[in-house]
Write a protein that binds this ligand. Structure first.
Ligand SMILES: [Zn+2]
Ligand SMILES: [Zn+2]
Length: 212
């Protein structure tokens, strides 16, 4: 599996990821924060077949490019956890009404649940339900990579003060789900730089406060 990170929305520095299987050339876009002709061109140049567009959660800073990429790649299926699916449709739910004229996405074609598996060539993308930042937050685990959305950051965690957020739930998602992954798993968060599960287990001050 190959991946590349793009910053499509400078105000929020959201990480959009292109993830693809070199053998089948099947690919997924994770959190297209904004439309991007540059990313579209790159996908065409690599001759990738965008099978899925996946939102790790429904906040406006992660979904703003859904409409553009669904239209650009009409065979792709838009996926989000069922608990966040309505956020796609309403700026007051995805919170974009507070900074923008309002982000509205097409409806999701696939509503995900924890334990679901999406295939990319021979690879299995495992959907892990990691609520706490939003009710339908997910992480996507494949190979030695986990795309963690706004659940876990390098030395940080997602906000829990927004609607649907819950601090205890978020900490539980990180400890009981993400920290059960192998320590060398690379964490690719929704904002900021990449890290590993092992590093966050040792050094994340929010999840390891009992040792500080
Ligand atoms: Zn968020
Ligand atoms: Zn975010």
């Amino acid at each position: 599996m190959n991946y590349k990170v793009y910053n499509l929305l400078a105000e929020f520095n959201t990480n959009a990821y292109l993830l693809w299987d070199e053998v089948s050339l099947e690919a997924v876009i994770i959190d297209p924060a904004n439309e991007s002709k540059i990313l579209k061109k790159e996908i065409l140049k690599l001759k990738l077949n965008i099978k899925y567009i996946i939102n790790t959660h429904g906040h406006g800073d992660h979904i703003g490019g859904n409409a553009f990429f669904v239209k650009s790649f009409p065979k792709s299926k838009l996926c989000i956890h069922k608990e966040d699916a309505l956020m796609l449709l309403y700026p007051e739910l995805n919170l974009s009404m507070y900074w923008d004229s309002g982000v509205v996405s097409p409806a999701s074609e696939i509503q995900l649940a924890g334990g679901d598996v999406l295939k990319l060539g021979e690879n299995e993308l495992k959907i892990i339900h990691t609520p706490g930042h939003t009710e339908g937050g997910i992480s996507i685990y494949v190979d030695n990579l986990v795309f963690a959305g706004d659940t876990l950051f390098a030395r940080g965690i997602g906000r829990t003060d927004l609607p649907g957020g819950n601090y205890d739930t978020l900490i539980n998602s990180i400890r009981e789900k993400l920290f059960k992954l192998p320590k060398n798993t690379i964490v690719l968060p929704g904002h900021g730089s990449e890290t590993t599960i092992g590093l966050e287990m040792a050094e994340n001050p929010f999840v390891n406060f009992q040792t500080h």
